[in-house]
Design a protein around this ligand. Structure first.
Ligand code: HEM
Length: 416
């Protein structure tokens, strides 16, 4: 999950991102087009062509890109050959990912850390959050006084960030600060030293903020996630402050923008399908399938990364040791070999193989929470407003390269 890119106020048409690949001129495959300029149309066209013509592609920097569903799944199922420790391996061991950054850990440490934190993410505990999330959703919608607003700033961002703050046990009133930090982390360009320096500064600021709460838990145990982590032991030893702050920072990053983008993407998809939108309004049992199909068609992360632990072969291509491998989830989810008529929004298709949450040992720990938030949010929006349309007269802004969705999504609503 490398982070990169900025948001741009550009194309207003969400339809752009759903166009058939053949309708858009295909750029030369020297670099992945960014999402921002046209809402993803060029990127999708490029990915479709790469899936066909160069499914295992080496870019000018020597990194490998995989586009087919089968290859992406195979790599994700083989952490021995394809390591998640991009930080350690690509720096030749000079840098080391903190132990709380699950995403960057390999077995056996990954399994031990994941078991500790997954206690807070069991389906039962997540389901228990439902009434509170529904209440929070209601409060956020109550605060919307006009009928034209930016869904992202007013609703889609505050909802998941407040949920994570509450799970951790930090004041939900600090959510704006959290949101600012998450934005800064997400907009890091790993190839720009100044940007990486700012990321490290932000991570240090977050760690200092969390330290007070960790100290409090050490003095007085509590049952929130920070309290659970303070009490947890790994191989007979307590977790360090760095373990805890790095995990909390990961949650903030991984659970915030992704879920916000999912909520925006649901509305972008439904805005394109007025008849379906009306059916969903009338029959709410369709909501979970709509969310799943949105995740397939518009996965919030376009791609994730692995690094090879030795020379290996994918398809008929040999990949050298220590090669960074980009796994295009966006492309895998539109692979015609797996999904019939992949550009069509069909909530009733079988989506068990969609890859938005990854696959294998790193499969998203927050997936049940993201789905729950999506379900509650869509139902609440439908309850509150009799009509919801993307506002074509206001600027719609997309994220940059790695996040597929809107940074600002202007809506126009009608109330009962
Ligand atoms: C729609 C929303 C979300 C999407 C699309 C998403 C996507 C992903 C993906 C693709 C991965 C796997 C990365 C890899 O294999 O390298 C992942 C892992 C992870 N996600 Fe999510 N995520 C979402 C929401 C959340 C939420 C709400 C949380 C927690 C509050 C969360 C926490 C995590 C964590 C901790 C991991 C690392 C798991 C591990 O390495 O074992 N995510 N997510």
């Amino acid at each position: 999950m490398a982070q990169q890119g900025t948001s741009d106020v550009l194309d207003r048409s969400p339809r752009a991102a759903q166009q058939d690949a053949s309708a858009t001129p295909v750029p030369q495959p020297d670099k992945a087009p960014a999402v921002a300029p046209d809402g993803g149309a060029s990127l999708l066209a490029w990915a479709a062509r790469m899936r066909e013509a160069s499914p295992v592609w080496r870019d000018a920097s020597g990194n490998t890109h995989l586009f087919r569903h089968e290859d992406v799944q195979r790599v994700l199922a083989d952490p021995g050959t394809f390591s998640s420790d991009t930080v350690g391996r690509l720096s030749g061991g000079a840098r080391k990912a903190p132990r709380g950054t699950l995403l960057l850990l390999d077995p056996p440490l990954h399994g031990k850390m994941r078991r500790l934190v997954s206690r807070a993410f069991t389906p039962g505990l997540i389901a228990d959050l439902e009434p509170w999330i529904a209440e929070l959703t209601g409060h956020l919608l109550d605060a919307l006084e006009t009928d034209r607003f930016d869904l992202v700033d007013t609703f889609a961002n505050p909802l998941p960030v407040t949920v994570i703050a509450r799970m951790l046990g930090v004041p939900t009133a600090d959510r704006e600060q959290f949101q600012g930090w998450a934005d800064q982390l997400l907009n890091t360009d790993p190839e720009d030293p100044e940007s990486v320096r700012r990321l490290e500064e932000t991570a240090a600021t977050i760690a200092a903020y969390l330290q007070t709460f960790i100290d409090e838990r050490r003095a007085r145990p509590r049952e929130d996630l920070l309290g659970t982590l303070v009490a947890a032991e790994l191989d007979g030893e307590r977790l360090t402050d760095e373990d805890i702050t790095s995990f909390a920072t990961l949650l903030l990053m991984a659970g915030h923008i992704t879920t916000a983008v999912l909520l925006g993407n649901v509305l972008l998809c439904l805005d394109e399908e007025p008849e379906l939108f009306a059916r969903v309004r009338a029959d709410r049992s369709l909501v979970p399938a709509v969310i799943e199909e949105t995740l397939r068609l518009r996965p919030p992360f376009t791609r994730i990364e692995r690094v090879t632990t030795g020379e290996t072969v994918v398809g008929d291509t040999t990949i050298a040791e220590n090669t960074l491998v980009h796994l295009w989830l966006l492309s895998a989810n539109r692979d015609e070999r797996v999904f019939d008529d992949p550009a069509a929004f069909r909530p009733h298709r079988s989506n068990a193989r969609q890859a938005a949450f990854g696959h294998g040992i790193h499969y998203c720990i927050g997936a049940p929470l993201a789905r729950l938030e999506g379900r509650i949010a869509l139902n609440a929006l439908l309850d509150r407003f009799t009509s919801i349309r993307v506002d074509r007269d206001a600027p719609l802004a997309y994220h940059g390269t790695n996040v597929f969705g809107a940074r600002h999504l202007p809506l126009r609503v009608e109330r009962a």
